[in-house]
Design a protein around this ligand. Structure first.
Ligand code: ADP
Ligand code: MG
Length: 767
């Protein structure tokens, strides 16, 4: 997979394909034809010992599977699942395995056993000599699946482990050294970010990526594609800047400090140093214990002696604003490197601006784009087949269910107002609950879940609420949601990945639940895409069980407000229910508009991130050279006054420090540019071109600038007995870093823009 702009031919091809409505699924006949051979083979395997089985799997190790090896592997995998877990893979599961091995997104309904399918495919890739990451939607599932499937991997002689937030650095390295590593998308992404910022090659936990098998592929690849994973950090100078700033303010040029002719450096004289040391309560700045303080004195002195208000910067609205010397106007978009920025703020007695800075970030889509091979599995892929094709060049393979689905999906019930809808939902829950049938209610968000639970409790109906706070706890609760008499209220996301077995673990309760019609799923509003509706419905009727589903909606729901707020007049019943078929048409229309808007936002985000990703790749190439070779020492013209390795590492740290700092500044700059373009984008300019115009020249300066700064720092750095004191020269890597996800509001300003555009186009078309 490449990030480059698609050549014209494929772009035209894409459009053509869309026009001729290419089928959403690839043909499976090629794999179906192999199934008899697999069946014949696995008969023969049943009497072999476990050791034989492992040996046979190991004999497949090496290059890509041919047809024969694929058949043999499927037979071994089926036998391994059967012995290790009592799960003998059904034919459809083997089709799934073959679909994954040929790099597709396989669509298999909930409950069809994708965990085993994913594990077998991971083993298949591993035996072909690839390192595999199985990507899940949360930490709980990563661990559960790795532990659950471990016996299967063991039998096949494939090593497996998982990572979670509590995993230590050493364990993490070991985990990624295995053939197969399970991890949540966020955790793997954070490891990628952390690996990018190491200053010793040995500190990296991950080798270059090879294969990703993505569970709940539509959630990860589509819904979360533009979610940025962020790593931020701050340098804690350990000294109140204000105190130091106050002291430094009293220092005089020539007496307490000197500057060089071109005004680029400033340093304390012995007299100045002793004034500062005394004022700080008699510390020795040049002792080892004083290095942090010395660094903050140095940066404060720089702010005091070398930066002049109204020449280098302005103070406006309580903020420091840089003046860009070359352009002679306020450079609204820039700030100094962190330490200097706060030193100037302290000098001007301004409150410190936020000191944490984004060190690096990556979107989920860019994270997955790093893998040369991506495959995925989900219950709902066809609906996003085009998106998967457009953004990942992935094709969907639809695998039929092992037993036909007999779930009954009732028509939507639409109401005039949300309060009438809510009343009807409570009444429906009461009616169905009186029969004892298990009910799962899917809400839009946690707040709605809680509100509904309160209403149900008031109505004398006992329910359990899942609120997406603790994945492990939720798995336990949702596993019980199929027992007769239970009412479970949950958001769409809560408890996902956990199987809802009718009757829980009790066979008699299962019989009872089946008699009652199986699990009954109620949606309290349509989701922003019909695919999400289907995911909720898919909770019922798994593996041929009976089940039912119904969605409630109101024409005042957020979805309608966002997608199609001009609701035509429609007559309703006394209780507010609207039977006019126009209501359903309107609802479907609103949902399609919102789906379109989200796709538009996804495209737009990708346009921006693609450029950033390309720049990052360029920079990382240079960074890797610095990290892995002695090029830094050459760059800085370092003479071998110290042990070679010590000196080389010091030079490396200096260059990497500036490089990382400049990249972090560049990211902040890009964020600002994008923001300011966004504000101006209401006109007819093409924002992405403008973004490129600003971003490209800035980027080209980075490597040169890093080299220049590194040379200056190296000149400042002091050789101590057996090393180089980097802190004195201001080379302070973040003392704390943290990682987070930026989950955005589906109806944020970007969405507003996209919706406006789409509604506008539709209106024009109608006229
Ligand atoms: P999915 O991820 O597709 O929703 P899971 O992997 O959670 O499904 O599996 C659902 C249930 O089916 C689990 O309880 C699992 O143990 C069971 N299962 C999967 N494959 C088989 C099989 N071949 N034979 C028996 N049970 C199976
Ligand atoms: Mg699953």
């Amino acid at each position: 997979m490449t990030l480059g702009q698609a050549p014209l031919r494929t772009r035209v091809g894409k459009r053509l394909r869309r026009i001729i409505e290419r089928p959403a699924s690839v043909e499976l006949t090629r794999y179906e034809k192999l199934l008899p051979a697999v069946a014949a083979r696995d008969e023969a395997l049943r009497d072999r010992s476990d050791e034989d089985l492992t040996r046979a799997a190991q004999a497949l190790r090496g290059g890509a599977f041919g047809t024969e090896a694929l058949v043999e592997f499927c037979a071994l995998g089926r036998e391994a699942g059967s012995r290790a877990l009592g799960e003998r893979a059904f034919d459809v599961q083997l089709l799934g395995v073959m679909g994954l091995l040929s790099q597709h997104v396989v669509q298999m309904a909930t409950g069809e056993g994708k965990t085993l399918v994913g594990a077998l495919a991971a083993s298949g890739f591993a035996l072909q000599g690839k390192r595999v990451h199985v990507i899940s939607v949360n930490d709980y599932l990563a661990r559960r699946d790795a532990e659950w499937m471990r016996p299967v991997f063991d039998l096949l002689g494939v090593s497996v482990d998982w990572v979670e937030p509590a995993t230590t650095h050493a364990e993490r390295k070991a985990a990624y050294d295995r053939d197969v590593t399970y991890g949540a998308v966020s955790e793997v992404g954070f490891d990628v970010l952390r690996d990018r910022l190491v200053t010793k090659a040995d500190d990296r936990v991950m080798a270059p990526p090879e294969v990703a098998i993505v569970d709940e592929a539509d959630s990860v690849l589509v819904d979360e594609a533009r979610v940025p994973l962020v790593m931020a950090g701050s340098v804690d100078a350990g000294v109140a800047d204000e105190e130091v700033a106050k002291i430094v303010r009293r220092l005089r040029l020539g007496l307490h400090y000197e500057t060089d002719a071109d005004g680029k450096n400033a340093w304390l004289t012995p007299a100045g140093a002793s004034v500062v040391e005394k004022a700080l309560g008699g510390v020795d700045l040049y002792e080892e214990s004083g290095t942090e303080r010395l660094a903050s004195v140095n940066v404060a002195l720089h702010a005091h002696a070398l930066l002049t208000r109204d020449v280098d910067y302005l103070v406006r609205d309580g903020k420091v604003q840089l003046i860009n010397a070359s352009r002679g106007r306020v450079a609204e978009l820039q700030r100094w490197p962190d330490g200097l920025q706060s030193a100037v703020e302290a000098k001007e007695q301004l409150p410190p601006s936020d000191r944490g800075e984004v060190l690096d970030s990556i979107t989920v889509q860019a994270l997955l784009a790093r893998y040369p091979v991506v495959a995925g599995m989900t219950g709902t892929a066809v609906a996003v087949a085009e998106t998967l094709r457009e953004f990942y060049r992935l094709e969907v393979a639809v695998i039929p269910p092992n037993t036909p689905n007999i779930r009954v999906d009732e028509p939507d019930r639409i109401f005039a107002s949300p309060s009438q809808k809510l009343r009807a939902i409570v009444a429906e829950i009461r009616r169905v609950h009186e029969q004892g049938r298990p009910i799962l209610v899917g809400t839009q968000d946690v707040a709605e879940s809680e509100e509904l639970a309160e209403k149900l409790t008031k109505a004398g109906l006992t329910c359990t609420v899942l609120n997406a706070r603790n994945d492990a706890e939720e798995a336990e609760i949702i596993a019980e949601a199929g027992r007769p008499g239970t009412i479970t209220v949950s958001t769409q996301m809560a408890g996902r990945g956990t199987d809802i077995k009718l009757g829980g673990s009790s066979m008699t309760e299962r019989e009872k639940a089946i008699e009652l019609g199986g699990l009954y799923v109620i949606g309290t509003a349509r989701y922003p895409s019909s695919r999400l509706d289907d995911q909720l419905r898919g909770r019922a009727g798994r593996q041929g069980d009976p089940g039912g589903s119904v969605f409630f909606a109101s024409v005042e729901d957020d979805l309608v407000q966002a997608g199609a707020p001009d609701v035509p007049e429609m007559a309703g019943e006394e209780d507010g229910e609207i039977s006019d078929p126009a209501a359903l048409r309107h609802l479907d229309h609103a949902q399609r508009v919102v789906e379109g808007a989200n796709l538009e936002i996804h495209r737009n985000t990708w346009r921006y991130t693609r450029l950033i990703e390309r720049q990052r790749a360029d920079l990382l190439e240079f960074r890797d050279r610095v990290l892995l070779t002695d090029v830094a020492a050459e760059l800085l013209g370092a003479e071998a006054t110290l042990a070679q390795a010590t000196l080389a590492q010091a030079c490396r740290e200096i260059v990497l420090f500036h490089l990382d700092q400049l990249w972090s500044d560049h990211l902040a700059f890009l964020a600002d540019v994008r923001e300011s373009i966004h504000l101006r984008a209401l006109g007819k300019e093409t924002p992405i071109d403008e973004f490129h115009r600003a971003a490209i020249p800035e980027f080209h300066k980075i490597i040169e600038e890093a080299k220049e700064r590194a040379v200056a720092t190296f000149a400042d750095a002091e050789a101590t007995g057996d090393g180089v004191d980097l802190a004195v020269a201001g080379v302070l890597r973040p003392t704390s870093t943290w990682t987070y996800l930026v989950h955005d509001n589906p109806f944020d300003s970007d969405a507003e823009q996209a919706l406006k555009k789409i509604r506008g186009t539709l209106r024009k078309k109608r006229r």
